[in-house]
Design a protein around this ligand. Structure first.
Ligand code: ARG
Length: 458
């Protein structure tokens, strides 16, 4: 088929160059948005008297029929079209003749593609936000089931202080809530219409960009036509937000991998979200968590790829920008895939509370509380800190723990020690006495659950 722009040329485009140039195999996924945008454009052209009502009806009916035929599989993407925009327009013209050729009045593929990606991402992000909400709800439900599960909190992957599993899970709920808000912000900023920017300089036709933007549910129109067709910062913002979300998912995944190992055994993943080994019959592997952790790298790569592509591009449109789509599409697909599998994996995992507690009983994670005990009896913190350090060293050398350290020995170390010391350093006390806002104590955990629940009910 002759190119739409063939008029200026005497020679045909080389076949390799044609394939190289075509984005159709990946931008065809924007067919719904392209058609919707074209319908709004035809409505506006008619309202402003730029094309006739008759032609408009033919165009709109024709576009609706094309949409239906693509949805039903009657019209396939088997075509050597340059991109989705050319494909739809030439199919329309094939069906309705000259009226189809009037659709592209007062627009360019430059503003058309800038419009389509925005609409596509708006739709996809509605789905992504729904998936994040669902994940937050699941994490919060798990937290509610685990307010009494005590485990060691870690720093440097060394046992540090006792916390509840609920508190640990709620940390992720807070992170995912911010991911949700970051994406929502990016979508809000993206929701300004570029259509009507035309090739780069606007148009001599008396168009109504506001009408078109309103029909397509944009909040505003972009006020500089060069900006409208040149920037892909909205893709970068989303890719950054996705990268951070994937980083959170990857850290959570890493913990799922650790927790389900024999060394920790804090959780057991459901059989339906685990895999076996082809050779080692005893194995139950956390492949889903590992893949989510691994796929984080793809999304970082997508961000880097597009940042690098855009760097140094002169204004306005350059063909380099066609590369935006594969990056952003891959990231969207990956994020959806990961959220889709991660949420049910968490929902179906079992918490092994007894193992968590037994890990918490080793490792001197109540040492800070022992120091605080002495401080409350009047000893300066640094003195108490040193004394407890020495006690821990003694316990390690003598294979005992602070809870079982004999009372006479405590008394020898400091006359401030009384019988209540054992109560004060029990793990349950350590957790329950954490009263600061945001701490692992029960009142704080309750407040966090309420905060997340309120967000979910909003
Ligand atoms: N397929 C192109 C892209 O994705 C559409 C815009 C083409 N514009 C142009 N002036 N060649 O960037």
């Amino acid at each position: 088929m002759d190119k739409m722009w063939a008029g200026r040329f005497t020679e045909k485009l080389n076949e390799l160059a044609d394939d190289f140039n075509s984005s159709f195999h990946f931008d065809c996924r924007m067919f719904r948005q392209d058609i919707r945008g074209s319908i709004a454009h035809a409505h506006m052209l008619a309202a402003k008297g730029i094309i006739s009502q008759e032609d408009t009806s033919l165009i709109v009916d024709g576009l609706c029929a094309i949409l239906e035929d693509i949805e039903s599989g009657k019209l396939t993407f088997q075509s050597d079209a340059e991109d989705i925009h050319m494909f739809i327009e030439s199919e329309l013209t094939r069906r309705i003749g000259d009226a189809g050729k009037r659709l592209h009045t007062a627009r360019s593929r430059n503003d058309q593609v800038a419009l389509d990606i925005r609409m596509y991402l708006r739709d996809e992000n509605t789905e992504i936000l729904g998936l994040i909400r669902k994940l937050i709800a699941t994490v919060c439900d798990k937290a509610k089931e685990n307010t009494d599960a005590i485990l060691p909190g870690y720093t440097h992957l060394q046992r540090a202080q006792p916390i509840t599993f609920a508190h640990h899970l709620l940390a992720y709920a807070m992170m995912f809530k911010r991911d949700y808000e970051r994406i929502t912000d990016a979508v809000k900023r993206m929701n300004s219409s570029p259509i009507g920017s035309c090739a780069l300089a606007g148009t001599t036709y008396d168009t109504d960009r506001f009408m078109e933007a309103e029909e397509l549910a944009f909040d505003s129109v972009m006020l500089n036509s060069i900006d409208g067709v040149s920037d892909r910062d909205f893709c970068l913002e989303l890719l950054s937000a996705y990268s951070i979300l994937m980083m959170h998912l990857s850290r959570f995944s890493e913990e799922v991998v650790l927790w389900s190992s024999w060394e920790f055994k804090f959780i057991e993943l459901s059989d339906s979200f685990s895999t076996g080994s082809s050779i080692m019959p005893q194995k139950k592997n956390p492949d889903m968590a590992e893949l989510v952790r691994g796929k984080c790298g793809r999304v970082y790569g997508d961000l880097m790829a597009l940042l690098t592509t855009l760097k140094g591009l002169p204004l306005a449109y350059n063909k380099d920008m066609q590369e935006d789509k594969e990056s952003i599409f891959d990231a969207v697909d990956t994020v959806k895939l990961c959220l889709g599998v991660f949420e049910p994996m968490i929902a179906t995992m079992t918490t092994l509370k007894a193992n968590m507690l037994s890990a918490a009983q080793k490792g001197f994670i109540n040492a800070t509380d022992l120091a605080d005990y002495l401080v409350k009896k009047g000893m300066p913190f640094r003195t108490a800190y040193k004394l407890v350090g020495e006690t821990v060293a003694y316990c390690i050398a003598n294979k005992t723990v602070l809870e079982e350290f004999p009372f006479e020995k405590y008394k020898e170390l400091s006359p401030l020690f009384e019988e209540d010391v054992y109560d004060e350093i029990s793990l349950v006390t350590c957790v329950n006495k954490r009263v600061s806002v945001g701490s692992t104590g029960p009142a704080s955990v309750k407040m966090q659950i309420e905060y997340i629940t309120e967000f979910l009910n909003d």
